[in-house]
Design a protein around this ligand. Structure first.
Ligand code: NAD
Ligand code: WQD
Length: 345
């Protein structure tokens, strides 16, 4: 019988792509999402993509009663936990909201899982836990450095999970530290489309290329990088989704817990991303060099070999493919429909 998975935050950007990958891999998946940062129409589009009805609970991860009811109903074998708040700037302004959803929400989920005897979880962590790393490409052994409340919540989440495993070996935990997710599903049915002015580079460039925003501000060209602009390890969201399927298989198969970076191991500068997007969209992307953005890190690139060794994870998509799929999504019929409160997916 197919193994049953609870996918929290499954209506969001990475969660919706992971839903498709999990269904393709033969899992039975239930999404839990409160739609604070997702568009309700994603459910129809996931049905269109997979050809199957979506099992979805509209609920908050902090709601223990609803969660316990779901576990009683579905007897989940494992959880893939995406649901969280993720805007760095907002976390500086409203830290308590971030601690509440990202830390209290996680603890609430773990308590319900424990009571239900479901002790396998894949956790969305982030390269942000490294702060400004001493070493690039950055290995998983680099120390924790919180740069803001959001980063602190990911560090705390990892520590809570590690201490849980130390206390009770029945817990099997996969911690995945994502670098910079980008791109969209090639169907153009799901993707990332923040309704407000985007914080992240690729959605911002997409809106400039589409003529919705006048120009990109390039935050600094005096970093110690080949062209002076910030360098990041962009990873196609479809590759990232596949990483979750492999993580889950390791937890459910041999019960192998793991902590891995998910990146390509290759860095691209802001100006390289601009050039790639221009090629993909065949549009101009006007930009202006401005001051550095406060709190920015010059270079984030993953040491990617551990994920390959432990999970057999390898990325397949290039930066050009990330830009092409982003452009296809942003110019497709679904990207602008019925935006949710903040408008993802
Ligand atoms: P997203 O905002 O698109 O998805 C998160 C989903 O969780 C949304 O659908 C939202 O409605 C839901 N959600 C939020 N609070 C909830 C709550 N209290 N109860 C139930 N559902 C709730 O974000 P994403 O980019 O898909 O990120 C998914 C995960 O990956 C997050 O944990 C994020 O911190 C982590 N992450 C993201 C990035 C990135 O750059 N996108 C990088 C590293 C890590
Ligand atoms: C990438 C590069 C900017 C926008 C953030 C979070 C991190 C993680 C992913 C969740 C940098 C430059 C950007 C713009 C620019 N999220 N840039 N003009 O900062 O690597 O990571 O998202 O875990 O926690 O901090 O991603 O896309 O914002 O920036 O020049 O308008 O693009 O300076 O060099 P970042 P980003």
């Amino acid at each position: 019988m197919a193994e049953k998975i609870l996918l929290t935050g499954g209506a969001g950007y990475i969660g919706s792509h992971t839903y498709v990958a999990l269904i393709d891999a033969g899992y039975e998946v239930t999404i839990l999402d409160n739609f604070t940062n997702a568009n309700r129409s994603v459910v129809d589009r996931l049905e269109q993509l997979t050809g199957k009805p979506v099992s979805i609970a509209e609920a908050d991860i902090r709601d223990a009663t609803t969660l316990a009811g779901l576990f009683a109903e579905h007897q989940f074998d494992a959880v893939v936990h995406f649901a969280a708040l993720k805007a760095v700037g907002e976390s500086v302004e409203r830290p308590l909201d971030y601690f509440d959803v990202n830390i209290s929400g996680l603890i609430n989920l773990l308590r319900v899982m424990d009571a239900a005897g479901c002790r396998r979880i894949v956790f969305s962590s982030s390269a942000t836990v490294y702060g400004v790393p001493d070493e690039t490409p950055t290995p998983e052994t680099a120390e924790f450095r919180a740069m803001n409340p959001y980063g602190q919540t990911k560090i705390s989440g990892e520590q809570i999970l590690n201490q849980l495993v130390a206390a009770d070996e029945r817990w099997k935990v996969g911690i995945l530290r994502y670098f910079n997710p980008a791109g969209a599903h090639d169907s153009a049915l799901i993707g990332e489309d923040p309704r407000d002015i985007p914080n992240n580079l690729m959605p911002y460039i997409a809106k400039v290329a589409a003529g919705e925003l006048a120009e990109l501000q390039v935050f600094g060209d005096d970093y110690d990088t080949p062209d002076g602009t910030g360098v990041r390890d962009y990873i196609h969201v479809v590759d990232l989704a596949k990483g979750h399927v492999l993580s889950l298989a390791a937890l459910l198969g041999e019960g192998q817990g793991h902590l891995v970076n998910l990146g390509t191991g290759e860095g691209h500068s802001v100006l390289e991303v601009v050039s790639a997007y221009k090629r993909a969209s065949n549009r101009d992307v006007p930009y202006r060099i401005t001051e550095r953005r406060a709190g920015d890190v010059p270079v984030y690139v993953a040491r990617a070999d551990k994920a390959e060794e432990v999970l057999g994870f390898r990325t397949e998509h290039t930066l050009d493919q990330m830009c092409a799929s982003s452009w296809k999504w942003i110019t497709g019929p679904h990207s602008q429909e019925d935006p949710g409160p903040e408008g993802n997916a």
